[in-house]
Design a protein around this ligand. Structure first.
Ligand SMILES: Nc1ncnc2c1ncn2[C@@H]1O[C@H](COS(=O)(=O)NC(=O)[C@@H](N)CS)[C@@H](O)[C@H]1O
Ligand SMILES: [Zn+2]
Length: 477
C-alpha cells in the first residue's frame, strides 16, 4: 500500500478525516470502478473478521447459521406488496444468462425475506418446528440513489448479517425483537460503541413490518447513524408465503416472524467513534495487532536490545496476544506514527535502561505511559489493555452524552440538532412530524427510547402542545 504521507485532516473535519483514514489505515480502497462498491484492504478485512467473529459468537448462542442463494426469482420477490413498494427502486435485476434472456428475471437480494420465506414454508409443518432462528452473513445489493459512502451507504453491502426467526405466537415474536435488541446492545458494548434504541415512526419502518426498532449511535459530526434494526413482521409474510404450522390441537395456524440486521456500519461506527487526529483507535478485541514492540536501539547494545525485545514478543504471543516486533531500520518516532495510524492499542518500548532496570514501558494508544516489571509483563499487559477498553467505553459514552440535548421548543431543537440529537415531546402525528422536520431540517428518529443517558417522559408536543412522549430528532446518514 502507499506509504504514509503527511498528517491526517483533524477529526473535527470529520468527513475528510473519515475518507482519508480509510486508506491511510488500510481499511478500504475506494477506487473500484463501480459506484457504491469498495475493496477491503487486508488490514480492514482483518478488523472485519474480528468484528464479525464477535457477532457470530453472540448469534451462535441460540441461532443457527445458514446460507441462501443470492438470486431471487421475480415471481417470489413480487409477492409481498409492501415489501416490493419499499424496495422496487433499489433492486438490481439479472435479466440474461450469457446472451440468453432469462424467462424469469432474477433479483440480486437487497435483503433475503423473499429468498428465505418460500423455503420456510416448505420446512415448517408443526409447532414442534418452532421457534426457528436462523441467520446468514452475506452480501446484499441496494441501488442506493442517495450519496454512497464506504462502510456507511453501499450499493453492495458486503457484510450483511440478517437473522430471520419464526414463532408460534405474536407475543413470542415480540419477545424475540427485544432479545435481538439485547444482543445488539451486547455486540456494541464489545465494540465500546454507545447506542440509543428507539422505535422508528411508521413511515420509516421496514417495508412489510408491523414495527421497526432501531439501534443508532451519534457520529463525531453530530449526525445519527443507524447501526442495526429489528423488525416485528407479525404474520404479514407468513400469510404471503404460506408459512403455517399445526398447533398442539391440530389447528393450522399462520406463524409470526421477526428479522434483524447489522451491516459494516458497525465497523464505520467503531472507526468513527474511537478514532482521533492520529488515526484509528481500535478496541483490543478487534485490533488485528494488539501490541507492537518497538526496540529503542542506542549505541553498541543493539543485539542485546533486539534479543530482549524478541523474548518479550515470544512471552506475549504465548499468552495469546497478536504481537508485532517492529525491528525495521527506522526512527522510533516514525514507527509510533505508523502503528498509531493503524489503531494498535498498545506499544511496548524496550531500551538499554529498561534492560538494566528489568522493566518495559507500555504506552497505550491514548497516550497513557506505564512502566511494567519485566517478569510480570503478561499480567501487566492484560490489565493495561482491559483498562484501555474501559477507557474507550467511557470516553465514547461521554462524547455521546455531550451531544444529547432535551429541548422544549422548535428553535432550541433546530440548534441542538446541529451538533447532536435532541430529545423532544412529540404527539405522534404526521403533521407535527412534518412541522418539526421542516423547522429543524432534521428527522424524527423514534419514540419508545431505550438509553440510560435519556430519561423518557410525557409532555406537551413541541409542535402542537398536545400529549407527547420523548422522541429523538437528529440529522442522519
Ligand atoms: N445501503 C446500506 N449500506 C450499509 N448498511 C446499510 C445499508 N442499508 C441498510 N444498512 C444497514 O443494514 C441494517 C439492516 O437493514 S434493514 O433494511 O434495516 N433491515 C433489513 O434488511 C431486514 N431484512 C433485517 S435483516 C440497517 O439497520 C442498516 O444499519
Ligand atoms: Zn403534535
Amino acid at each position: 500500500m502507499e506509504e504514509d504521507t503527511g498528517a491526517l485532516p483533524r477529526k473535527e473535519d470529520f468527513s475528510q478525516w473519515y475518507n482519508e483514514v480509510l486508506w491511510r489505515a488500510e481499511i478500504m480502497d475506494v477506487r473500484y470502478p463501480v459506484k457504491g462498491l469498495y475493496v477491503w484492504y487486508p488490514h480492514g478485512f482483518a478488523i472485519r473478521k474480528r468484528v464479525y467473529g464477535i457477532l457470530r459468537g453472540l448469534m451462535d448462542r441460540d441461532h443457527a447459521e445458514t446460507l441462501f442463494p443470492l438470486l431471487i426469482p421475480e415471481t417470489e420477490f413480487m409477492k409481498e406488496a409492501a415489501h416490493i413498494k419499499g424496495f422496487e427502486d433499489e433492486v438490481y435485476w439479472v435479466t440474461h444468462g450469457g446472451r440468453n434472456e432469462l424467462d424469469v428475471p432474477l433479483a440480486l437480494r437487497p435483503t433475503s425475506e423473499t429468498a428465505i420465506y418460500p423455503m420456510y414454508s416448505l420446512w415448517i409443518r408443526s409447532h414442534t418446528d418452532l421457534p426457528l432462528k436462523l441467520y446468514q452473513i452475506v452480501n446484499t445489493f441496494r441501488y442506493e440513489t442517495k450519496h454512497t459512502r464506504p462502510l456507511i451507504r453501499l450499493r453492495e453491502i458486503t457484510s450483511f448479517k440478517e437473522a430471520h426467526t419464526v414463532h408460534a405466537t405474536r407475543e413470542e415474536a415480540a419477545v424475540q425483537v427485544e432479545t435481538a435488541l439485547g444482543l445488539y446492545r451486547e455486540f456494541y458494548d464489545r465494540l465500546r460503541v454507545p447506542v440509543i434504541i428507539s422505535r422508528r415512526p411508521d413511515w420509516d419502518k421496514f417495508p412489510g413490518a408491523d414495527y421497526t426498532m432501531a439501534v443508532d449511535t451519534v457520529m463525531p459530526d453530530g449526525k445519527m447513524l443507524q447501526i442495526g434494526t429489528a423488525h416485528m413482521l407479525g404474520d404479514h409474510f407468513s400469510r404471503t408465503y404460506d408459512i403455517t404450522f399445526e398447533d398442539a390441537n391440530g389447528e393450522r395456524r399462520y406463524a409470526y416472524q421477526t428479522c434483524y440486521g447489522i451491516s459494516e456500519r458497525s465497523i464505520a461506527a467503531t472507526i468513527s467513534v474511537h478514532g482521533d487526529d492520529r488515526g484509528l483507535v481500535l478496541p483490543p478485541e478487534v485490533a488485528p495487532i494488539a501490541i507492537v514492540i518497538v526496540p529503542i536501539i542506542v549505541g553498541k547494545r543493539r543485539e542485546e536490545v533486539l534479543s530482549a525485545a524478541a523474548t518479550v514478543e515470544k512471552d506475549l504471543r504465548n499468552a495469546g496476544f497478536t504481537v508485532k516486533l517492529d525491528d525495521r531500520d527506522m526512527r522510533p518516532g516514525a514507527k509510533y506514527y505508523h502503528w498509531e495510524m493503524r489503531g494498535v492499542p498498545l506499544r511496548v518500548e524496550i531500551g538499554p535502561r529498561d534492560i538494566d532496570a528489568n522493566t518495559v514501558v507500555a504506552v497505550t494508544r491514548l497516550g497513557r505511559k506505564i512502566t511494567l516489571d519485566r517478569r510480570g509483563v503478561v499480567e501487566g499487559v492484560i490489565s493495561v489493555l482491559a483498562e484501555f477498553g474501559e477507557e474507550l467505553s467511557q470516553t465514547a459514552r461521554q462524547a455521546m452524552a455531550d451531544r444529547i440535548a432535551v429541548t422544549d421548543t422548535l428553535e432550541e431543537t433546530a440548534e441542538a440538532v446541529k451538533r447532536g440529537v435532541a430529545v423532544v415531546h412529540w404527539c405522534g402525528s404526521k403533521e407535527c412530524a412534518e412541522k418539526i422536520e421542516a423547522a429543524t431540517d432534521a428527522s424524527i428518529l423514534g419514540s419508545d427510547i431505550r438509553s440510560d443517558l435519556i430519561t423518557v417522559s410525557a409532555g406537551p408536543c413541541i409542535a402542537c402542545g398536545g400529549n407527547g412522549t420523548s422522541t429523538l430528532v437528529a440529522r442522519t446518514y
